[in-house]
Design a protein around this ligand. Structure first.
Ligand code: SN0
Length: 312
């Protein structure tokens, strides 16, 4: 594996999930693998789980970690070629990426979608800029279009909690006061498409995800119908894709409740807005897997860093 930009880069999903579960049993078994190696984490946006679990994963592998809140503390970067840089941008990605490559052996980047310009977001400038100009492996810690470390953690959580071979998994949109990116939902769909499960997506009309990503998926707009006999319900808000970045609905009827969940397990990537996205009772029930999902972020990052270290 050269980079980890989307879940397909991890190779066979089932194998990768088994390897991650094995690592979870012996987290420091490969403590010497990363000795003398440094990972640099660059954050253009906020984080709790991603920042701490990726650091923890690197520490478990014996690596040194340097972290920078690039969004608030770095220079404003230019990504376009041949620009006269006489405006607000101070440094070009070409220099920045090469410089970081001298200080670190792996660089991991978080850069959310701006949700204003669809074309710009889909070009995934920050991640692809680093991929193009850095001399070291690049890891996606949530880009404009995907969050594959989260999706891998979700795959681990599903594997650990499923009680039947082919569970029914429902991805359900939920209301939210802010316009949120599509990245988590996109990567969850990518991941579900790599495994044998009954997978259904439900959202109000107008909230269709990128049709290139959901091609072949079952989409049911009636949430109640979609949730029938679900084993796992993954709840997530995203803004409109067609009316790009807009909040079209805050319909409270889409909030996940204990009644709607039935006997299914509840999943969410966190952070979650209580009593907007999901009611308290669900998060406090033993059907909620959110804390396990967050724990699995360490092993999802660790298996990816291990694979990258093995190629260095
Ligand atoms: C991010 C998102 O992509 O939806 C990160 C999830 C891992 N979530 C948020 O930005 C939530 C912010 C909020 O104010 O609730």
């Amino acid at each position: 594996m050269q980079h980890y930009l989307n879940i397909k880069d991890a190779g066979d999903l089932e194998t990768c999930v088994s390897e991650a579960i094995a690592l979870k049993q012996h987290p420091v078994k490969f403590k010497t693998l990363g000795q003398g190696k440094t990972i640099c984490l660059l954050f253009f946006n906020n984080s709790l789980r991603t920042r701490l679990s990726t650091q923890k994963a690197a520490i478990n592998l014996g690596m040194d970690v340097i972290v920078m809140n690039f969004g608030s503390e770095g220079w404003q970067l230019e990504y376009e070629d041949g620009v006269v840089m006489d405006q607000g941008k101070s440094e070009h990605i070409k220099e920045a990426a090469q410089v970081v490559s001298q200080y670190a052996d792996i660089v991991a980047i978080r850069a959310f979608a701006g949700l204003v310009d669809k074309e710009k977001d889909e070009a995934d400038m920050v991640l692809n800029g680093f991929k193009q100009h850095a001399a070291i492996p690049v890891v996606n810690m949530e880009s404009s279009v995907g969050h594959p470390l989260q999706a891998l953690a979700d795959a681990i959580t599903l594997a650990e909690n499923k009680t039947i071979e082919k569970p029914k998994v429902v991805l359900s949109w939920a209301p939210h006061p802010k316009a949120l990116p599509h990245a988590v939902a996109n990567s969850f769909v990518h991941m579900m498409n790599l495994q044998d499960a009954e997978f259904v997506i439900t959202h109000p009309k107008g909230y269709e995800l990128d049709p290139k990503i959901t091609e072949g998926c079952e989409i049911i707009n009636d949430q109640k119908k979609a949730l029938e006999n679900a084993d796992f319900v993954y709840v997530k808000n995203w803004s409109s894709y067609t009316d790009y970045g807009k909040v079209l609905s805050q319909d409270k009827n889409w909030m996940m409740t204990q009644g709607k969940l039935g006997n299914a397990k509840f999943m969410h990537c966190l952070p979650v807005r209580r009593n907007v996205v999901v009611e308290d009772a669900v998060l406090e029930s033993d059907q909620s897997l959110v804390i396990e999902q967050a724990n699995n972020r360490t092993y999802s990052a660790q298996i990816i860093l291990k694979k990258l270290l093995e190629t260095l």
